[in-house]
Write a protein that binds this ligand. Sequence first.
Ligand SMILES: Cc1cc2nc3c(=O)[nH]c(=O)nc-3n(C[C@H](O)[C@H](O)[C@H](O)COP(=O)(O)OP(=O)(O)OC[C@H]3O[C@@H](n4cnc5c(N)ncnc54)[C@H](O)[C@@H]3O)c2cc1C
Length: 402
Amino acid sequence: MTDSAPHIIVAGTGPAGLISALGLARAGFAVHLAGPAVGDTDRRTTALMLPALETLKGLGLAEAINTASAPLEAMRIVDATTRLIRSPVVTFRAREVGEPHFGLNIANRDLNAELETAVTAEKGITWHKSLVAQWSLSSEVAAAILADGTHLEGALAVAADGRTSPAREAAGIAVSTRSLPQSALVLCFSHSRPHGSISTEFHTETGPFTQVPLPGNRSSLVWVVEPAEATRLMTLSDEELSLSVEDRMQSMLGRVTVEPGRQVFPLTASTPRRFARNRVALVGEAAHNFPPIGAQGLNLGIRDARDLIDTALKFSGDPGSAEALGAYDSKRRPDILARSAAVNLLNRSLLSDLLPAQLARSAGLNVLGAVAPLRALFMREGLRPGSGLSSLFSDLREQIRR
Ligand SMILES: Cc1cc2nc3c(=O)[nH]c(=O)nc-3n(C[C@H](O)[C@H](O)[C@H](O)COP(=O)(O)OP(=O)(O)OC[C@H]3O[C@@H](n4cnc5c(N)ncnc54)[C@H](O)[C@@H]3O)c2cc1C
């Protein structure tokens, strides 16, 4: 970092904010990070897919993540609805696309602790453990007044301040939000049979019930239900809940013992009209928020951080200029809109009683289950947006040449 390096304010100390701060500081910018110290109360886990792992490896975090996580070698989708039209079980195996695994599942507590250690050790970051109380944005500068009275100024403000993002609002970015009739119960559990590095997503009428491997005979669970059912599940004893989880999984992993510390997350879906404006760039849940299906949210957030760092480097003289923000918006728009639409559509098709929606979902899964090249395309797209299609086109080019 040089004395003349532009200053960047990063608001928010969730994973998207910490990763953005770290990457921007490593790229040579002087970063002011504003947000509370990292807590250890988050009971969720994150399945970090290969591209996200590559970004984190570039930030020197690979070893810590490898030790604390479990590989995801296969992902299985089971239609557990009681509807007229049901799909067959579809299994995606990483080896079908030449990868040892799709990614690694890590407890958010462990990931956040590693990020906090790295951010604290980074000389280019000044961490103000206070919330932004007020934003003042002009065409020249982004300024913030923190709750502890500190004044900050930067060429760019990164809104990593979560789904209700005050920085997004200050930038005048409109957002369409829908609250969903769903809540996610999250917990970790041990089981008597090995998971074999396979994640199973049961699709039910209220949303997915997703088991994801953790190291040893342990897994994490995201169970999406109606809010009243989430409240009921929270009142069950550990023994009663263990039986409910085992029952839902048809005893696939043998005897289940849930660990203390379950949590409920009410679900919403929101999409901003744009992803940067008025010296503010959105990353993480400030930029996209949708139900937890297919481990997309933070993976998308890490791609936001990666593209933001690349764009800031390209426009290093003034990373918050209208040109830089326009470039960031154009870069992120297709990925964010495509992922948000796909996840929201799948979620709606699960909740919908309409026959056409059930038919479409079932037909889609049927085709994916039966046609290996399509399944491979789907997996490549899931891992690296754009790569599935580009590999399809290169396969086609190869066939034409022959
Ligand atoms: C049940 C569930 C399971 C999930 N599972 C997965 C998964 O397997 N894989 C995956 O990729 N994604 C998953 N996600 C999504 C993922 O958890 C989120 O995308 C991710 O946590 C969002 O991180 P973030 O940093 O953007 O936001 P947050 O973690 O919400 O952080 C926002 C931060 O902003 C701070 N803040 C708020 N206001 C201010 C202010 N005024 N000033 C400064 N700071 C402020 C807050 O204190 C907080 O630190 C899941 C989500 C849910 C709900």
